[in-house]
Design a protein around this ligand. Structure first.
Ligand code: HEC
Length: 125
């Protein structure tokens, strides 16, 4: 019986110490904006643009247009953040390109901004 009391005492003590030991109460991690963009990209853009953004997604052939390699540094340098947001919202026809890249009118400004940041992060040397 004494053993049981001691056991519970130890157990309760361990529990009451736990918050200090773990440092802080866990909070929901706030994903960086580009991370949110990555999730959208890997849901609705990768089919054409490919998982890595190189333009080699499963639906990239037969579009009648070449899917832009988003990792290409020459293209990255030649375009602006505003142009990237414009293409995502209004489709490639908005910048004189092909209708194969459709508009995404349902995306919020924040979602489009996060996609733009993600696309910027795909740049290769
Ligand atoms: C149906 C296939 C398809 C899907 C889905 C698609 N794209 Fe594209 N995308 C293209 C093609 C094709 C081009 C090349 C357009 C051109 O050069 O005329 C392109 C071009 C682009 C460009 C470069 C525009 C430029 O400056 O030349 C960006 C940025 C882009 N897409 C972002 C996205 C994002 C973000 C998504 C998802 C929300 C997406 N695309 C979904 C086919 C697609």
């Amino acid at each position: 019986m004494l053993g049981l009391v001691l056991f519970w005492g130890f157990f309760a003590g361990a529990c009451s110490r736990a918050p200090e030991e773990t440092g802080q109460i866990p909070t929901l991690a706030v994903a960086p904006a580009a991370k949110a963009g990555e999730m959208i990209f890997q849901t609705r853009c990768f089919v054409c643009h490919g998982r890595g953004g190189k333009g080699d997604g499963p639906s990239s052939s037969g579009l009648g247009a070449t899917v832009r390699d988003l990792t290409n540094s020459t293209w990255q340098d030649s375009t602006s953040d505003e142009t990237i947001r414009n293409v995502i919202r209004n489709g490639a026809t908005a910048i004189g390109g092909t209708a194969a890249m459709a508009p995404n009118p349902d995306l919020s400004n924040a979602q489009i901004q996060s996609l733009m940041l993600y696309i910027r992060s795909l740049r290769k040397e």
